[in-house]
Write a protein that binds this ligand. Structure first.
Ligand SMILES: [Zn+2]
Length: 134
């Protein structure tokens, strides 16, 4: 009886392991919004430092705040389902053009002011409307 090293089972074990880990991760991330859909918050960073954080679930309709950085002033609106740079006196206006961010991980960045508004925390349910038109 010769012992022959069989690569196949090892290989497939590895694949299965990776697959299971991926599934577990997907389940973790997918479930993130299920139990805690209201826990998303908008963090405001200036020059890389967090200067403010708004719990979106605590916003009733809209809440406006002003932030300044590098001599520029941004007016940011927070909604129950997102955040948006309403106006800014920066030259590029990229932050304003970004519009409303509604999903976890999305951010509106103002490079000249070095200000970032980023959504963090629970995921917004996919069924929720991004914007109410009309
Ligand atoms: Zn800007």
């Amino acid at each position: 009886m010769k012992r022959f090293p069989r690569l196949e089972p090892t290989f497939w074990d590895g694949v299965v392991t990776v697959f299971v880990v991926l599934l577990a991760l997907a389940a973790l991330f997918g479930r993130g919004g299920g139990g805690a859909s209201g826990s998303i918050s908008a963090a405001v960073y200036a020059d890389g430092e967090e200067i403010d954080r708004v719990e979106l679930s605590s916003v009733e309709t809209v809440e406006e705040r002003e932030y300044s950085g590098e001599g520029y002033v941004l007016r940011v609106a927070f909604y129950p389902d997102g955040a948006q740079v309403l106006s800014a006196d920066c030259p590029t206006q990229d932050c304003v053009r970004t519009g409303k961010v509604t999903r976890n991980g999305q951010s509106a960045v103002c490079l000249p002011a070095r200000i970032v508004v980023r959504l963090e925390g629970g995921a917004v349910p996919d069924g929720a409307p991004d914007a109410v038109l009309g």
